[in-house]
Ligand binder design. Structure first.
Ligand code: SF4
Length: 229
Protein backbone atom coordinates (compact mmCIF):
# COMPACT_ATOMS: atom_id res chain seq x y z
CA UNK A 1 0.00 0.00 0.00
CA UNK A 2 1.29 3.49 -0.80
CA UNK A 3 1.95 5.29 2.48
CA UNK A 4 3.26 8.77 3.10
CA UNK A 5 3.32 8.68 6.92
CA UNK A 6 2.25 6.75 10.00
CA UNK A 7 2.20 8.75 13.22
CA UNK A 8 0.68 9.06 16.67
CA UNK A 9 -1.24 12.20 17.55
CA UNK A 10 -4.69 13.25 18.68
CA UNK A 11 -7.67 13.15 16.39
CA UNK A 12 -8.11 16.81 15.49
CA UNK A 13 -11.51 16.69 13.81
CA UNK A 14 -14.96 15.18 14.09
CA UNK A 15 -16.86 13.16 16.68
CA UNK A 16 -13.65 11.70 18.10
CA UNK A 17 -11.75 15.00 18.32
CA UNK A 18 -9.24 14.80 21.13
CA UNK A 19 -8.82 11.01 21.15
CA UNK A 20 -5.18 9.86 20.94
CA UNK A 21 -4.96 7.95 17.67
CA UNK A 22 -2.57 6.40 15.22
CA UNK A 23 -2.84 7.86 11.73
CA UNK A 24 -2.08 5.83 8.64
CA UNK A 25 -1.85 8.28 5.78
CA UNK A 26 -1.97 6.83 2.28
CA UNK A 27 -0.71 8.84 -0.66
CA UNK A 28 -2.49 9.52 -3.93
CA UNK A 29 -5.87 11.14 -4.51
CA UNK A 30 -8.42 11.18 -7.32
CA UNK A 31 -9.30 14.84 -6.51
CA UNK A 32 -7.28 18.06 -6.42
CA UNK A 33 -8.81 20.44 -3.88
CA UNK A 34 -7.39 23.89 -4.35
CA UNK A 35 -6.89 24.31 -0.57
CA UNK A 36 -5.73 20.71 0.07
CA UNK A 37 -3.97 20.63 3.45
CA UNK A 38 -1.98 17.51 2.51
CA UNK A 39 -0.66 18.37 -0.97
CA UNK A 40 2.08 15.79 -0.43
CA UNK A 41 -0.66 13.18 -0.96
CA UNK A 42 -2.42 14.81 -3.91
CA UNK A 43 -0.78 17.60 -5.90
CA UNK A 44 2.73 16.28 -5.36
CA UNK A 45 2.29 12.82 -3.87
CA UNK A 46 5.15 11.43 -1.81
CA UNK A 47 5.49 8.06 -0.16
CA UNK A 48 6.48 4.45 -0.62
CA UNK A 49 4.96 1.03 -0.98
CA UNK A 50 4.73 -0.49 2.50
CA UNK A 51 3.67 -4.09 3.20
CA UNK A 52 0.56 -4.59 5.32
CA UNK A 53 2.57 -6.49 7.94
CA UNK A 54 4.93 -3.54 8.31
CA UNK A 55 1.98 -1.13 8.65
CA UNK A 56 0.44 -3.28 11.38
CA UNK A 57 3.79 -3.52 13.18
CA UNK A 58 4.07 0.27 13.21
CA UNK A 59 0.52 0.66 14.48
CA UNK A 60 1.24 -1.79 17.30
CA UNK A 61 4.09 0.46 18.50
CA UNK A 62 1.70 3.18 19.65
CA UNK A 63 -0.31 3.20 22.91
CA UNK A 64 -3.81 3.49 21.47
CA UNK A 65 -6.42 1.22 19.94
CA UNK A 66 -7.84 4.09 17.83
CA UNK A 67 -6.65 4.09 14.23
CA UNK A 68 -7.49 6.65 11.57
CA UNK A 69 -7.03 5.64 7.96
CA UNK A 70 -6.62 8.82 5.98
CA UNK A 71 -4.99 10.25 2.87
CA UNK A 72 -4.97 11.35 0.17
CA UNK A 73 -7.88 9.14 -0.70
CA UNK A 74 -7.41 5.80 1.04
CA UNK A 75 -10.34 4.20 -0.79
CA UNK A 76 -8.35 4.09 -4.06
CA UNK A 77 -5.67 1.87 -2.52
CA UNK A 78 -6.03 -1.73 -3.76
CA UNK A 79 -5.33 -3.27 -0.32
CA UNK A 80 -7.52 -0.94 1.73
CA UNK A 81 -10.22 -3.53 2.47
CA UNK A 82 -7.68 -6.10 3.60
CA UNK A 83 -5.94 -3.56 5.81
CA UNK A 84 -9.17 -2.67 7.60
CA UNK A 85 -10.00 -6.37 8.08
CA UNK A 86 -6.62 -6.99 9.64
CA UNK A 87 -6.96 -3.96 11.87
CA UNK A 88 -10.34 -5.25 13.03
CA UNK A 89 -8.80 -8.66 13.78
CA UNK A 90 -6.28 -6.78 15.92
CA UNK A 91 -9.08 -5.21 17.95
CA UNK A 92 -8.60 -1.65 16.77
CA UNK A 93 -11.26 1.03 16.51
CA UNK A 94 -11.15 2.17 12.89
CA UNK A 95 -12.05 5.56 11.45
CA UNK A 96 -11.86 6.00 7.71
CA UNK A 97 -11.43 9.49 6.28
CA UNK A 98 -12.65 9.75 2.71
CA UNK A 99 -14.08 12.27 0.26
CA UNK A 100 -16.67 9.54 -0.49
CA UNK A 101 -16.25 9.52 -4.26
CA UNK A 102 -15.03 5.91 -4.45
CA UNK A 103 -16.71 3.09 -2.51
CA UNK A 104 -14.70 0.31 -0.90
CA UNK A 105 -16.20 -2.36 1.32
CA UNK A 106 -14.00 -1.52 4.28
CA UNK A 107 -14.55 -2.48 7.90
CA UNK A 108 -14.89 0.59 10.09
CA UNK A 109 -16.41 1.96 13.27
CA UNK A 110 -16.72 5.52 12.01
CA UNK A 111 -16.97 6.56 8.38
CA UNK A 112 -15.83 10.16 8.19
CA UNK A 113 -17.22 11.34 4.87
CA UNK A 114 -16.05 14.67 3.55
CA UNK A 115 -17.87 15.53 0.32
CA UNK A 116 -16.19 18.42 -1.43
CA UNK A 117 -18.07 21.65 -2.15
CA UNK A 118 -17.57 24.02 -5.06
CA UNK A 119 -15.02 25.99 -3.01
CA UNK A 120 -12.58 23.11 -3.52
CA UNK A 121 -12.38 23.27 -7.32
CA UNK A 122 -8.92 24.39 -8.49
CA UNK A 123 -9.92 26.86 -11.21
CA UNK A 124 -6.67 28.83 -10.82
CA UNK A 125 -4.12 26.40 -9.42
CA UNK A 126 -1.66 25.00 -11.99
CA UNK A 127 -3.51 26.88 -14.72
CA UNK A 128 -6.75 25.09 -13.86
CA UNK A 129 -5.60 21.85 -15.51
CA UNK A 130 -7.36 19.65 -12.91
CA UNK A 131 -10.48 21.79 -12.54
CA UNK A 132 -12.81 19.98 -14.93
CA UNK A 133 -11.92 16.50 -13.68
CA UNK A 134 -12.24 17.63 -10.06
CA UNK A 135 -15.58 19.29 -10.73
CA UNK A 136 -16.95 16.17 -12.43
CA UNK A 137 -15.71 13.84 -9.69
CA UNK A 138 -16.11 15.70 -6.42
CA UNK A 139 -19.68 14.64 -5.54
CA UNK A 140 -21.03 11.09 -5.68
CA UNK A 141 -24.31 10.83 -3.81
CA UNK A 142 -24.56 7.12 -4.55
CA UNK A 143 -21.19 6.53 -2.88
CA UNK A 144 -22.14 8.63 0.16
CA UNK A 145 -25.33 6.57 0.52
CA UNK A 146 -23.40 3.31 0.32
CA UNK A 147 -20.94 4.35 3.03
CA UNK A 148 -23.76 5.51 5.31
CA UNK A 149 -25.64 2.23 4.81
CA UNK A 150 -22.54 0.11 5.38
CA UNK A 151 -21.13 1.90 8.45
CA UNK A 152 -21.85 1.51 12.14
CA UNK A 153 -21.53 5.28 12.53
CA UNK A 154 -20.75 8.12 10.18
CA UNK A 155 -20.25 11.85 9.98
CA UNK A 156 -20.62 14.19 7.03
CA UNK A 157 -17.85 16.74 7.33
CA UNK A 158 -17.91 19.84 5.12
CA UNK A 159 -15.04 22.25 4.65
CA UNK A 160 -16.58 25.73 4.66
CA UNK A 161 -14.92 28.87 3.37
CA UNK A 162 -17.76 31.38 3.57
CA UNK A 163 -21.40 31.50 4.75
CA UNK A 164 -22.67 31.17 1.16
CA UNK A 165 -21.33 27.58 1.16
CA UNK A 166 -24.23 26.63 3.45
CA UNK A 167 -26.71 26.87 0.57
CA UNK A 168 -24.77 24.21 -1.30
CA UNK A 169 -24.70 21.99 1.80
CA UNK A 170 -28.45 22.36 2.30
CA UNK A 171 -29.10 21.40 -1.32
CA UNK A 172 -26.86 18.36 -0.97
CA UNK A 173 -28.52 17.29 2.28
CA UNK A 174 -31.95 17.63 0.67
CA UNK A 175 -30.75 15.33 -2.12
CA UNK A 176 -29.35 12.85 0.40
CA UNK A 177 -32.62 12.57 2.33
CA UNK A 178 -33.41 12.75 6.01
CA UNK A 179 -30.11 12.61 7.90
CA UNK A 180 -29.71 13.46 11.60
CA UNK A 181 -28.39 17.04 11.80
CA UNK A 182 -25.89 16.13 14.51
CA UNK A 183 -24.09 13.98 11.93
CA UNK A 184 -23.49 17.07 9.79
CA UNK A 185 -20.27 18.84 10.69
CA UNK A 186 -18.97 22.20 9.48
CA UNK A 187 -15.23 22.62 9.55
CA UNK A 188 -13.43 25.90 8.79
CA UNK A 189 -11.27 25.91 5.68
CA UNK A 190 -7.90 26.71 7.22
CA UNK A 191 -4.27 25.76 6.92
CA UNK A 192 -3.09 28.21 9.61
CA UNK A 193 -4.23 29.18 13.12
CA UNK A 194 -5.10 32.66 11.83
CA UNK A 195 -7.52 31.33 9.23
CA UNK A 196 -8.98 28.92 11.79
CA UNK A 197 -9.72 31.66 14.32
CA UNK A 198 -11.14 33.98 11.66
CA UNK A 199 -13.67 31.41 10.42
CA UNK A 200 -14.54 29.35 13.53
CA UNK A 201 -17.00 31.68 15.19
CA UNK A 202 -18.82 32.36 11.94
CA UNK A 203 -19.25 28.62 11.42
CA UNK A 204 -20.42 28.05 14.98
CA UNK A 205 -23.20 30.58 14.41
CA UNK A 206 -24.16 28.85 11.16
CA UNK A 207 -24.38 25.50 12.97
CA UNK A 208 -26.52 26.63 15.93
CA UNK A 209 -29.90 27.19 14.25
CA UNK A 210 -29.53 24.08 12.08
CA UNK A 211 -28.51 21.63 14.80
CA UNK A 212 -25.27 20.88 12.95
CA UNK A 213 -22.05 20.19 14.75
CA UNK A 214 -19.16 22.64 14.74
CA UNK A 215 -15.98 20.74 13.95
CA UNK A 216 -12.72 21.94 15.46
CA UNK A 217 -9.34 21.37 13.84
CA UNK A 218 -7.23 20.70 16.92
CA UNK A 219 -4.12 19.69 14.99
CA UNK A 220 -3.98 23.22 13.53
CA UNK A 221 -4.89 24.87 16.84
CA UNK A 222 -2.32 22.92 18.86
CA UNK A 223 0.44 22.21 16.38
CA UNK A 224 -0.08 24.72 13.57
CA UNK A 225 -0.98 21.94 11.13
CA UNK A 226 2.58 20.62 10.85
CA UNK A 227 3.09 17.24 9.21
CA UNK A 228 2.88 14.30 11.60
CA UNK A 229 0.23 15.95 13.79
S1 SF4 B 1 -9.77 14.97 -1.30
FE1 SF4 B 1 -8.47 15.37 0.48
S2 SF4 B 1 -6.40 14.67 -0.08
FE2 SF4 B 1 -7.64 14.81 -1.98
S3 SF4 B 1 -7.13 16.83 -2.78
FE3 SF4 B 1 -9.01 17.04 -1.53
S4 SF4 B 1 -8.28 17.61 0.52
FE4 SF4 B 1 -6.51 16.82 -0.63
Amino acid sequence: MRITEIFFSIQGEGKLAGVPSTFIRTTGCNLRCTWCDTPYTSWAPQGDEVELDAILDRVADYPTRFVVLTGGEPMIQPQVVELTRRLREGGYHITIETAATVFADVVCDLASLSPKLGNSTPWEREGGRFADAHERGRLRLDVIHRFIAASADYQLKFVVEEPADVREIETLLADLGDLPPENVLLMPQAVSREELVARSRILAELCKPRGWRFCPRLHIELYGGQRGT
